[in-house]
Design a protein around this ligand. Sequence first.
Ligand code: NAD
Ligand code: UD1
Length: 335
Amino acid sequence: MILITGGTGFIGSHTALLLLENGYEIVIVDNFVNSSREVLKRLERLIGASIPFVELDLRDEEALEQLFMTYNIDSVIHFAGLKAVGESVEKPLYYYENNIGSTLVLCKVMEKFGVMKLVFSSSATVYGAPELVPIVENTPLHSTNPYGRTKLMVEEILKDLYISNPNWSIALLRYFNPIGAHESGEIGENPNGTPNNLMPYITQVAIGKRKELYIFGNDYPTMDGTGVRDYIHVTDLAYGHVKALEKLNKSTGIDAYNLGTGKGYSVLEVVKTFEHVTGVSIPYKFVKRRPGDIAECYADPSKANKELKWEAKKTLEDMCQDSWRWQKKNPEGFC
Ligand code: NAD
Ligand code: UD1
């Protein structure tokens, strides 16, 4: 059975669904700090069965041990964590305590129960401002904010863990920019308050919740001056976890993998594509650069293509279509 931490969140819920559809047994844990109980109901409706779930904070060691005693867990996908960059600058201790503290407790309990297969949600943020794109996994790592540092530190902790015991089998999945939603429109990204990220902001403009999009900078050295990112459909990303688990089941070790499409799109390209596939126009205004942003960030995903036998298949059009379907069906998110 696979334990999915943070399984009611955006990426966790899509991965849980895909695993269930592929016949895996799972148990989800979450404390709902950034998700809703409604997600579980939706997942159960989509899959037509009840899903084992335990509400707990991962830092609660006793509760986690109880969970490992109750369920026959053989591997873990660890999504649980806080992810807002700006908030992490304001509340660094909260981020270090939650993201690192919960991983320490999780690994301790895993070790105690002899469970040594772990997929960790890392991020392209560990590359900081890379000198070269496309980004390969052995690019020097660097982080520019507390959120990024939690990812970097956890990667280091997991490397030390493997050195201490080579029976561990760990995949560090470095996600690029996940967007899109399940094609049913039943689950998707549900940001609290004003979205920080581009796609949820665009869909909220499209639905009339926000007046216009502010594009952060049009003076970057890119094709049209706006920032370039590697957007990846969340279901492609979810599939990367299934493939990573398959690899962990075959060999021990610790490896990092870029999960991206390998193609970068500018903010303006995303806006134009969204308008084209949905027929909804997105008013926008250029404003100054967002502090900490970089010009270009896109993956070289060839290591994951080769070693995990995984590749992203969905197009930017699919991503826009599915993000929009989710937003239209759920104007108020999961509420
Ligand atoms: P999300 O916030 O939607 O999901 C995270 C889930 O973890 C939430 O349901 C939250 O309630 C839960 N959680 C947080 N702390 C917890 C704790 N101590 N105990 C139990 N549950 C806890 O985020 P997401 O977009 O699904 O991201 C999943 C993971 O991927 C995160 O670790 C995030 O940092 C990482 N990541 C996300 C992105 C992205 O753009 N979404 C990019 C790179 C990496
Ligand atoms: C964000 C996170 C980063 C994380 C990544 C993947 C921040 C500062 N960084 O980065 O840590 O790893 O997501 O999830 O939050 N943009 C606008 N207007 C907006 C929103 C965004 O112009 O309202 C632009 C940005 O300047 C950027 C692009 O759109 O060029 C994508 O932004 P965003 O979705 O926030 O992702 P990242 O900047 O890659």
